[in-house]
Design a protein around this ligand. Structure first.
Ligand SMILES: *Cc1c(COP(=O)(O)O)cnc(C)c1O
Length: 221
């Protein structure tokens, strides 16, 4: 299927309350344009430099989501325009995003990336670290960032039951936190090409789909 057909099919089949982030990392601007022409407006990237370069040349109504691990020294590249940062994994990173939000005069929306996977990947808050942080006063002092919800990356495994457990846990965490934040705490970002249907079953509100739309990534680029 072409990029256009994949986008059209996803738009037709995803539940109305689930937002599609088309993950365009490592794919060229032309691929993004094809998805854009099929009606897609939200694109996910994992490298700040690549995202900034694409944003500079592509249509202004594209919403750029940062989904990959973000180094503090690269926040400045995306702070002026990024729509949502999914990958906030430390107090230090959040403080830096807040600092750049203030400099740019815009409040930056973000998700807490929660580490639930049973694998080597170490990205995301572990549960204790996260609960200590939200019990502290730190978040209230950061005026230029707005928590929009939670994100997780499922364990890289063929065991879909394992992933479903993780997705259910993330959704429960979200439900138990909702009351503490404002109405704008509304996003559960989980599910990729291999597991988005299960993620939706478990309560995802935002799926991040790359290879299904754009094909294999060429990491040599
Ligand atoms: C690359 C990436 C995706 C998309 O993965 P696919 O398997 O290509 O759909 C989703 N989320 C994150 C955090 C990613 O880095």
């Amino acid at each position: 299927m072409s990029i256009k057909q994949q986008i059209e099919q996803l738009h037709a089949t995803l539940p109305e309350d689930v937002t599609l982030v088309a993950v365009s990392k490592f794919h060229p601007a032309e691929a993004i344009i094809e998805a854009y022409e099929a009606g897609q407006r939200i694109f996910g990237e994992s490298r700040p430099q690549e995202m900034a370069a694409k944003a500079a040349t592509l249509p202004e109504d594209i919403e750029w989501h940062m989904i990959g691990h973000l180094q503090t020294n690269k926040v400045k590249m995306i702070a002026p325009f990024v729509k949502l940062i999914h990958s906030v994994d430390s107090p230090r990173l959040l403080a830096e995003i807040n600092r750049w939000g203030e400099k740019c005069g815009r409040t930056i929306d973000f998700l807490f990336e929660i580490h639930l996977a049973k694998d080597e990947s170490k990205s995301g808050w572990d549960l204790e670290e996260f609960s200590n942080f939200i019990e502290s006063d730190t978040l209230a002092s950061l005026k230029w960032v707005r928590p929009r919800g939670l994100m997780t990356i499922g364990t890289l495994t063929d065991d879909i039951e394992q992933n479903k457990q993780e997705f259910k846990t993330l959704r429960q965490m979200f439900d138990s936190l909702k009351g503490r934040f404002s109405e704008s705490f509304d996003t559960v970002s989980m599910g990729m090409t291999s597991d988005y249907e299960e993620a939706i079953e478990c309560g995802s509100t935002m799926v991040r789909i790359g290879s299904m739309i754009f094909g294999e990534r060429d990491y040599s680029k």
